[in-house]
Design a protein around this ligand. Structure first.
Ligand code: ASP
Length: 318
């Protein structure tokens, strides 16, 4: 008989939110991803781990880097990887999220990687399908693989996560990246500060275990990591900031504001960047301190680890 088995250290059907995970599970994901970083640097990157398996990238919201990253991750593990984007889907014709999920489920995919503009939609979908579901970003709720790749980037540069001071700056209100990172960094023992104007902070954000700053100089003081976020103009109705020029003056990262952070503090951004709005090109491109392209590189390894750990191995039993 063939019995599907999951690794005991990561015995989950889906990856929906960092808030669900414990430190050991996060460590397992990061360790597995670490191994794939070296594989991805070889000329021959392909393995057979997911040969014969099907991964569907189901994106109800635009994406370039996350979708490409998952696609490469699936292909490097030998899976058949298919992309479905909202433009070509039946959603435009009025099909509900659940109908789409049931239709895809009937085709027996092994993994569904789902991005959706509504918070909670990916979890809802995961309750209706047999495939493993990976949340590739749901509204302003969570983006777990982004937080994992950020953590791997920090861990590889600093050797640890615990005890570090991380300043997450900018549009926290609309950012699923911020939420996933706040959870992960807290779970792994880092101290998290959020730095933003009051209009771009969710109510009662301090309940998530962060220190709140409205001023870049106090928020960045002695920080080990400075993580900048994009102003998510597409999620804003009305105006949250007086103008992007004004925003850059007070909250855009430039070398002057960065000077108060620890010497050698790392600069991060999940992309896509608005240069001259939340970050100055000189710091974004600083080869000694900016790890923005490392984040992109390690993203593929993290997604390989997630696909690997969530796809049960088929073991022959008596
Ligand atoms: N790419 C990230 C996300 O999908 C960040 C951003 O779009 O600003 O949430």
């Amino acid at each position: 008989m063939n019995r599907p088995t999951r690794p005991p250290a990561f015995d989950r059907r889906h990856l929906l939110a960092i808030a669900d995970l414990d430190p050991a599970e996060i460590a397992v994901l990061l360790d597995r991803a670490d191994g794939y970083v070296d594989v991805n640097r070889q000329p021959e990157k392909k393995s057979a781990r997911l040969r014969g398996r099907t991964v569907i990238n189901l994106f109800f919201e635009n994406s370039t880097r996350t979708r490409t990253s998952f696609e490469l991750a699936g292909k490097r593990l030998g899976a058949d990887t298919i992309n479905m984007s909202v433009g070509s889907s039946s959603i435009k014709k009025g099909e509900t999220l659940i109908d789409t999920a049931m239709t895809l489920n009937a085709m027996h995919p092994d993994v569904l990687v789902v991005r959706h503009p509504e918070s909670g939609a990916v979890k809802l979908l995961s309750e209706k399908v047999e495939a493993a579901v990976i949340n590739a970003g749901d509204g302003s709720h969570e983006h777990p693989t982004q937080a994992l790749l950020d953590a791997l980037t920090i861990r590889r540069r600093c050797g640890r996560l615990d005890g570090l001071v991380v300043a997450i700056c900018g549009d926290i209100l609309h950012s699923r990246v911020a939420r996933s990172n706040i959870h992960l960094l807290n779970i792994m023992g880092a101290s998290v500060r959020v730095v933003a104007p009051p209009t771009l902070l969710p109510m009662a954000i301090e309940r998530l275990g962060v220190e709140v700053h409205h001023d870049m100089k106090s928020g960045l003081a002695e920080a080990d990591i400075v993580m900048m976020l994009r102003l998510q103009l597409e999620r804003m109705q009305g105006s949250y900031v007086p103008s992007t020029r004004e925003y850059f003056r007070f909250y855009g990262l430039d070398s002057e504001k960065l000077a108060v952070a620890k010497p050698g503090a790392l600069i991060m951004h999940p992309g896509p960047m608005n240069r001259g709005v939340e970050i100055d090109s000189a710091v974004a491109d600083d080869i000694d301190r900016s790890v923005i392209l490392d984040q992109v590189e390690l993203g593929v390894a993290v997604r390989m680890a997630c696909l690997d750990l969530l796809t049960p191995k088929i073991e022959a039993t008596e």
